[in-house]
Unconditional design. Sequence first.
Length: 294
Amino acid sequence: MNNYKELEVPVKRCFIQTIPNISYSQVAELGIVNRDLKMNILLPVSDVPMPLVVFVPGGRFLYVNNDSNIQNRLRIAESGFVVASIEYRLAPNSLYPAPVIDVKAAIRYLKANAKKYNIDKDRVAVYGESAGGYMAAFAGTTTGLDLFNEGAWLEYNSDVNAVIDLFGVTNLETIGADFSKIQQKYHKEPASPESLFLYGADPQVNQGLDSNPNKLAKSNPIEYISDKTPPFLIMHGGEDKIMSLTESKQLHEALCDKGISSEFYFIKNAQHSGVVWEQDEIMNIIISFLKRNF
């Protein structure tokens, strides 16, 4: 008799397809329309359309890797969400509001192609970390407003139903507010990422973060909060030495003041990204928030 073991395996996890290198927008960079923006999709196999989560990676406005954060994206996909991770234009070659325009273009592309990717286009969340959290916040606070929608698929809106902002930027002027005077001074300098994001590398234009107070003020997603703004989940680490806790507090308080639902979690032992953010406790909060709002 053959020596074998018989096992019946219950199906508890869905099958996830990966669709890489999808072009979602052709954009201008350095004055030439030659930049092909890409996204990757994690697509659970399902007989019914599924809600969408658009993930916006961070990178200090200077770099972006839409292959990052695979563990958390996979957890969300296994929970029954299509997850699209996107790239966007970067400083100093492209300036604010170009990346915000790109995020909203990605949302429109996915709504336009909802049938192709089995998406329920009426249930869309945006989730970002660090600089990506800033883009996600912008997508949320400009929901219902005809702002920053440029390019293709304009017959579809870029509205979202929920926002997840992990240790994100809010007010470019206060990124270093909780840190040393030296660090605060650095963030005002022409070479700081936020200065390059607003004004580029031209020394005749970029004299530091305060070079154009009007543009600086308009670069704050708080300025666009309206009664159309969807619920937010905001999380920030107590050991974050890059992004001030003040950033997340300002956004949370502004949302609450306007009557918008906002949940705020202070993760005492978390740094700016890192292994703590990959833990089940964090992901359970995120997935619970998504399911409640869908």
